[in-house]
Design a protein around this ligand. Structure first.
Ligand SMILES: Cc1ncc(COP(=O)(O)O)c(C=O)c1O
Length: 431
């Protein structure tokens, strides 16, 4: 029995399924991390792998980034949480707001889930309307409303002209399902027709410009502009979920589109390796959280929000992720995408690759999926994907479990080319 196997047996006694987050599970037992350094992660068996998962796209500089460690160590000696605001919170809010002209004001929270929840509550408070619209299959964390139709199946998803609101957790109140309008991704005509039916009831449209679970394919410009136009016309807010995609450009993936969001939710990478979320956007909307107003529309707080450890790590990490590093990482991802496309052509395997910025995803499908229904894996495609993931794991690569990758700045062309070669040998095995 390996150390990880023994540990997992003990874990099963105290943690449901042996884990606190399902994403770390592996069959028959998960590996346990010992230490990380740069772009490599070593498990307690002593096996070192190149880490392309980067804690689900949240680590920009890989593991134990020297500058982050130094700054956080200094802050830890001064204390980690106070019932008092800190200077670093202000400095960091200033930095993040400077990265995108649509970020007038900002509030920190502790996770992406919390950030999305706050954007939805702020939207309701601002508009006085109850409903939200979201894209079928998009993952926005675990708030009741945000998770509707995150995992529908062909048996439950219903007619594409009017997709069902499908619960994730048993016991989700019917009222929550009724307050969520589900849209197909990248399908302007259908999405606008659905929105029109609910125009008077909607507080916001929640949109991820490159939803990972919907296929990690960037939204078409025409789709995004149509949604923005519709929301403006109907005084409905546009909320962008940039919890993952903020890493794709200096000011977030929205920089690539000809739009301005009302609110944006941030998370993951802006924590510099620590738990974080943020809600940012137009002053007028953010003001619903302003306790100095006579009429406070959305009281908002959190014990660990803007704690100085996260603020310190985040500020150092994001300052280091400057325009040059964003461009360098994006070019490396492009190199990987082209390398994998060549491997697909040379081996003749049925596969394709999607992505943008510093991320990409391999699909065992001929064509890049347009929406969640197309991205949905058949049992045969799923089996092939698992075989490819197992092959990569054995060859020394840690991927996100959808066969996606999120790069980190310690990576160079060497790591990219090594991964591309391993993906190619995986394709050969599958043939
Ligand atoms: C797009 C998106 N939004 C929100 C979340 C929720 O973030 P967290 O896991 O920090 O709650 C995630 C997490 O994976 C995400 O990918």
């Amino acid at each position: 029995m390996t150390r990880s196997e023994k540990l997992y047996k003990r874990a099963l006694e105290v943690l449901p399924g042996g884990v606190s987050r399902n994403t770390v599970l592996r069959d028959p037992y998960p590996p346990y991390a010992d230490f990380g350094e740069g772009c490599r992660l070593t498990d307690i068996e002593g096996v070192s792998r190149i880490d392309f998962s980067n804690n689900m796209a949240s680590l920009l500089h890989g593991h134990a980034c020297k500058e982050v460690v130094q700054a956080v160590t200094a802050q830890l000696k001064k204390g980690s949480a106070f019932t008092m605001a800190t200077e670093v919170e202000v400095l960091y809010a200033e930095h993040l707001c400077s990265r995108n002209p649509s970020f007038d004001k900002l509030r920190f929270v502790n996770s992406g889930t919390e950030a999305i929840m706050a954007t939805l509550k702020a939207s309701r408070a601002f508009t006085g309307r109850p409903k939200i619209a979201k894209v079928e299959g998009a993952y926005h964390g675990q708030y009741d409303y945000a998770e509707v139709s995150q995992t529908p199946t062909p048996q439950t998803w219903g007619d594409i002209d009017c997709p069902n609101s499908v619960p994730v957790a048993h016991g989700t109140p019917e009222s929550a399902l009724n307050d969520v309008v589900v849209l197909p991704f990248n399908d302007t005509t259908r999405a606008i027709a659905i929105l029109n039916k609910h125009a008077d009831e909607l507080a916001c449209v929640l949109l991820d410009l490159m939803p990972h679970r919907v296929g990690l394919r960037p939204a078409d410009g025409e789709f995004v502009e149509a949604i923005r136009g519709w929301t403006e016309q109907h005084d409905v807010l546009l909320v962008l979920d940039e919890v993952i995609t903020f890493r794709c450009e200096y000011g977030g993936l929205q920089e690539r589109y000809n739009i301005t969001a009302d609110l944006t939710a941030l998370g993951k990478a802006i924590g510099g390796g620590f738990p974080v979320g943020a809600i940012t956007g137009r002053s007028e909307v953010m003001d619903v959280m302003n306790p100095c107003n006579d009429n406070l529309l959305f009281p908002h707080s959190g014990t660990f929000s803007a704690n100085p450890i996260t603020m310190t790590a985040g500020l150092v990490a994001m300052e280091k992720f400057d325009k040059h590093e964003v461009a360098r990482l994006n070019a490396l991802a492009q190199r990987a995408i082209e390398g994998i496309e060549n491997a697909i052509e040379e081996t003749g395997v049925t596969a394709c690759v999607t992505g943008a910025g510093s991320m990409f995803r391999v699909h065992m499908k001929e064509q890049p999926p347009q929406n969640f229904r197309e991205a949905f894996l058949t049992p045969e495609e799923n089996q092939k994907l698992q075989m490819l993931l197992d092959h990569l794991f054995e060859e020394g690569f840690l991927m996100i479990n959808t066969c996606s990758a999120a790069l980190s700045t310690p990576m160079t062309e060497t790591e990219i080319d090594t991964l591309v070669n391993a993906v190619k040998s995986g394709f050969v095995k599958l043939q």
